[in-house]
Write a protein that binds this ligand. Structure first.
Ligand code: AKG
Ligand code: FE2
Length: 359
């Protein structure tokens, strides 16, 4: 089967669909693996107030047990979030032909296109996205809106400026919760801003008349340290809760709570914490009536920086390191061949060759 990534997005863009049923290329009905569950009781998703006196403890517990949590009192003005949401809406409301003028090209990660993880799956997602890398924005916005590109760029830059320190603060709190001192954190790569890189993906999931047959964004873990997620209030994000005493594996819907942002733990934070923090598997479903919009701000290491378990978390009492160090691109490459077995292949006692053969 040819990979969706190799097929022209123009033909497969949901906006171009004029049919009475979902074509096989977009039909995931057979692939819906687990039932959906409401975020109640033991399946609830933590909501953490960043002014909470027990903040460090609560962040640590949420990172360990859940891998996803909502934050309130995060310091980003609602008014900025509204303007940011309006610009995302404005972008995706452009005609497909216009958006395709800034389509991602081979070898670049910036611009308009399908899901970044599309090459990992045999079906198309009900998705369109716009990836922003440092330096790419201005030129592309000028192509999209020759007469008025500055308002888009200004709002995106303002949002990035506000979200960056929040992302750093969250990572700092995470390391404090693992027992590191301020001084120890200063000596890790999290304490050295020159070693941290960020990227932002704007995501659009158009409404779909048959939402149960399609997938907005297929199940995945984020590869970096953390992702801070804005959305437009349309429900759809789900996280995987594995089989446990409560029941079989299930997709828990992340609740929409006004004035909160969502935080996800990624693979490299799981590695950095020597397996303590849960890199949560998540996906986005699609609404029957409303377009869902979101923006994921990812923080990870600079591309040449290797990430392994923090030395402070290993020793005679805590035990040995679980993973060998990797860079962000190395892990992405491993995921493209080994899928959900990529991290296992980095385990220090992992049977890498066996995994490769079985992939
Ligand atoms: O749209 C969402 O809620 C999730 C987005 C996401 O998981 C991603 O961009 O990696
Ligand atoms: Fe994600």
């Amino acid at each position: 089967m040819s990979s969706p990534a190799s097929v022209d997005l123009k033909i497969h863009h949901p906006q171009n669909f004029r049919f009475n049923s979902i074509p096989d290329s977009h039909d995931w009905s057979d692939l819906y693996d687990h039932p959906s569950a409401e975020p109640i009781g033991l399946d609830s998703v933590p909501v953490i107030d960043l002014n909470d006196p027990n903040l460090i403890y609560k962040i640590g517990k949420a990172c360990e047990e859940s891998g996803v949590f909502l934050i309130r009192n995060h310091g980003i003005e609602p008014e900025l979030l509204n303007r940011f949401g309006s610009q995302i809406h404005r972008l995706f409301a452009l005609p497909v032909e216009v958006k395709l003028k800034v389509a991602k090209t081979k070898g670049t990660d910036a611009g308009y296109g399908g899901a970044p993880i599309s090459h990992l799956f045999p079906k198309f997602m009900w998705y369109e996205g716009f990836a922003i890398q440092t330096g790419s924005l201005f030129d592309q916005a000028q192509i999209l809106w020759p007469d008025d590109y500055s308002s888009f760029c200004a709002v995106i830059e303002e949002y990035k400026k506000a979200i960056k320190p929040l992302g750093y603060r969250l990572m700092h709190l995470m390391l404090l919760s693992l027992g590191l001192t301020e001084e120890e954190i200063d000596n890790t790569l999290i304490g050295d801003s020159s070693k941290i890189k960020n990227a932002m993906h704007l995501n659009s999931y158009p409404a779909c008349p048959y939402p149960d047959q399609v997938v907005g964004l297929a199940p995945h873990t984020d590869t970096g340290f953390v992702a801070v997620l804005y959305h437009n209030g349309v429900s759809g994000l789900q996280v995987l809760r594995c089989k446990d005493d409560i029941g079989p594996a299930r997709w828990v819907t992340v609740p929409v709570v006004p004035n909160t942002l969502v935080v996800n733990i990624g693979d490299l934070m799981h590695v950095l914490s020597n397996g303590t923090f849960h890199n949560v598997v998540h996906r986005s479903t699609v609404s029957k009536t409303n377009q869902r919009l979101s923006a994921a701000y990812f923080l990870g290491p600079q591309l040449d920086v290797k990430v392994g378990p923090l030395s402070e978390l290993m020793g005679p009492e805590q035990g040995p390191p679980l993973y060998r160090p990797v860079t962000w691109p190395e892990l992405q490459k491993l995921k493209s061949t080994l899928h959900d077995k990529a991290l296992q292949s980095m385990k220090i006692d992992g049977k890498i060759e066996e995994l490769r053969k079985g992939a």
